[in-house]
Write a protein that binds this ligand. Structure first.
Ligand SMILES: [Zn+2]
Ligand SMILES: [Zn+2]
Length: 339
């Protein structure tokens, strides 16, 4: 066991170095992906040796809740648990005016317009969603689009596409050089250099697309096991659990419609202070001028919300400290780029 832990610690320090040098490192996204894949494989092997632990799981994302995690408890006898990662995800869903203020956009209504325009590719991943009359946008949209000067690049290209494009370009250059070789004095050196770069990129792409390596949700850090390659926006991707968590944040009018409550119920109960306990964790909160509420609040307050009473034993998920680390990776990369 110590061997595993030593090896894992080493991998983690390597990962830290890569993240620190992210902007200077060639093919940084690939390098990080690669180290993470190794960490994943070690975790799995370690897991197999360590089959005894049993834990509580988050009722939303199903990941383990460790002792350090301060889970929010709702529902019958507090059996419905929400982990800090899901709480964070929920709080990252914002109305357009809140987000505009946050990123300092001068002209109001910009994001609303963009939702139906350049931000459209994000709709399928629930990062942009219409809830009755309002558009709700996930925080990451500011990093993917607004903080890089409203460039569509991240929305249309993933880091994998970028490697592919570079490979095509190099192959094209090589072909051209071969065609006009007689005119180029240092033809040999150039061809060799291109050849090496092409080989390098090709082997990276083969490794990524081989389908054996895992991808991580940038939101919660869980390994994505669903079939096929997940959709990447730049280096960001989101798992189906997190998508569900995000899409269950809604305006009060959508919530009332969805659960057959009389229109205005939530606002009325809020003014009576009946929803205060949900505000503390942002499960019910004011975003600009609109109130946003997560589905669990409605279930807890007006319907029935039940978690699992029996702790789930042994899952092949990663320990959640690791999940947390990795969820923060994307943010650190983004912060590095900003700073
Ligand atoms: Zn969770
Ligand atoms: Zn996730």
């Amino acid at each position: 066991m110590d061997d595993y832990n030593n090896r894992l610690n080493k991998l983690h320090s390597t990962l830290d170095i890569l993240l620190k040098e992210y902007d200077r490192l060639p093919d940084a996204a690939y390098q990080v992906f690669s180290i993470e894949a190794e960490i994943r494989s070690f975790e799995l092997r370690k897991d197999r040796l360590n089959l005894t632990f049993s834990h509580l799981n988050c009722s939303l994302c199903k990941q383990q809740i460790t002792e350090e995690d301060e889970a929010v408890r709702l529902g019958l006898r507090g059996t419905f648990l929400i982990c800090p990662r899901c709480i964070r995800t929920i709080n990252q869903v914002k109305g357009t005016s809140e987000l505009e203020e946050q990123i300092g956009l001068k002209s109001p209504g910009t994001i609303k317009q963009d939702c139906e325009g350049p931000l459209k590719p994000l709709q399928a991943e629930c990062l942009v969603r219409k809830s009755e009359k309002c558009w709700l946008v996930h925080d990451v949209v500011s990093d993917l689009f607004y903080r890089v000067g409203r460039r569509r690049h991240n929305l249309l290209h993933s880091w994998i596409d970028e490697l592919s494009e570079r490979l095509n370009m190099l192959q094209d250059q090589k072909q051209l050089l071969e065609e006009i070789r007689s005119f180029i004095p240092d033809y040999h050196t150039q061809i060799y250099s291109l050849q090496y770069q092409i080989q390098d990129l090709q082997s990276k792409l083969d490794r990524i697309k081989g389908g054996k390596l895992p991808y991580r949700c940038s939101q919660c850090g869980v390994w994505i096991k669903e079939g096929g390659n997940p959709t990447f926006f730049g280096t960001y991707t989101i798992c189906s659990n997190c998508k569900e968590v995000v899409s269950n944040v809604m305006t009060t009018s959508e919530a009332e419609k969805k659960h057959g409550l009389t229109a205005g119920t939530i606002r009325r109960d809020n003014s009576r202070g009946l929803l205060d306990k949900y505000k503390k964790h942002g499960l019910f909160r004011l975003s600009g001028k609109i109130w946003l509420v997560h589905d669990v609040v409605i279930l807890d307050k007006y319907k029935e919300l039940k978690g699992e009473e029996v702790p789930v034993t042994k899952r092949s998920e990663i320990p959640s400290d690791l999940a947390q680390r990795s969820a923060s990776i994307f943010n650190r990369i983004m912060e590095g780029k900003r700073g």
